[in-house]
Ligand binder design. Structure first.
Ligand code: NAP
Length: 259
């Protein structure tokens, strides 16, 4: 299927590895030029070189921490007029809400709520003027299906979802869509670090915790980041202009809906 976005430009945030990288690769496979972001310049440049070599598109690395205004300004300077924006960042650490400080809350809200909102604010009007825009926010299934210890993540991402719901109607007539992708358990470094936290808390070997979690999942496996990447690319396609304001859970039927 031709997604009709070859030659477009996409900013993919937090994309040197994991889900962000999978989105960047799926878009690059469609001929989309990529502005690739993460904080660490070394891993970012390696990822950019690998994507360029495989897909023959232009990949521009922008090393910046998007939780900081200066990081977002660097991204804006490198790419003032993208066609596609994939918002993503590292997730807040799990923990006990009784121990979270004001600084912990500030970090989570800056990274997972204010940063994507600021980038949408910086780019959506330009997309509307150009009559094409696709914005995808990678959030978490924890917004719909709470996980104990993930309160920072659930709170910050719920704020983003609430904001998105207030802007989609104003953008629809100019062919700008905004959707949220809510991953369940996908096999990335982030997932493994969450298991390490759980294993320590429960005094068990990590491998046992991982095996037990897989056994609980209806699919009997974790999601492959490439599966989320391809879904993201579809949402960014020319033909997906009538899908907006949706929050879509990708969790292998771990939390099926009745209807
Ligand atoms: P990951 O494998 O740890 O990758 C995170 C990526 O984000 C890296 O490229 C990292 O590079 C970059 N990054 C982190 N903080 C950043 C920042 N402030 N500014 C710019 N880049 C940043 O994580 P993942 O599993 O792909 O997760 C991506 C998002 O999905 C997270 O918010 C996570 O909580 C959420 N999620 C994941 C799962 C899952 O099962 N994997 C499930 C639900 C939700 P640098 O460190 O170099 O910046």
């Amino acid at each position: 299927m031709d997604l009709g976005i070859s030659g477009h430009t996409a900013i993919v945030c937090a994309a040197s590895k994991g889900l962000g990288r999978a989105c960047a690769e799926a878009l690059a496979a469609e001929g989309v030029n990529i502005v690739l972001n993460a904080r660490s310049a070394e891993t970012l440049e390696k990822a950019a070189a690998e994507i360029t070599a495989q897909y023959r598109v232009t990949v521009t690395p922008v090393a910046a921490d998007l939780s900081a205004e200066s990081g977002r300004a660097a991204l804006l300077a490198a790419c003032p007029a993208p066609d596609i924006l994939v918002n993503n960042a590292g997730g807040p650490p799990p923990g006990d809400y009784r121990s979270w400080s004001a600084a912990d809350w500030e970090q989570a809200l800056n990274t997972n709520m204010r940063a994507p909102i600021a980038l949408i604010g910086a780019y959506a009007d330009g997309m509307a003027e150009r009559k094409f825009g696709r914005i995808v926010n990678i959030t978490s299934s924890v917004v719909r299906h709470p996980i104990d210890a993930q309160g920072l993540s659930a709170a910050a991402r719920s704020g983003l979802h609430g904001f998105v719901a207030t802007i989609v109607r104003g953008l629809a007539k100019n062919n700008v869509t905004v959707n949220n992708l809510l991953p369940g358990a996908f096999a990335t470094d982030r997932l493994l670090s969450n298991f390490a936290f759980r294993a320590k808390r429960e005094g068990q070997p990590v491998d046992d915790v991982v095996a037990a979690r897989k056994a609980e999942l209806p699919a009997g496996r974790f999601g492959d980041p490439a599966e989320l990447g391809r879904f993201c690319a579809y949402l960014c396609s020319a033909g997906a202009g009538y899908v907006s304001g949706q929050s879509i859970v990708l969790d292998g039927a771990a939390h099926p809906q009745a209807l």
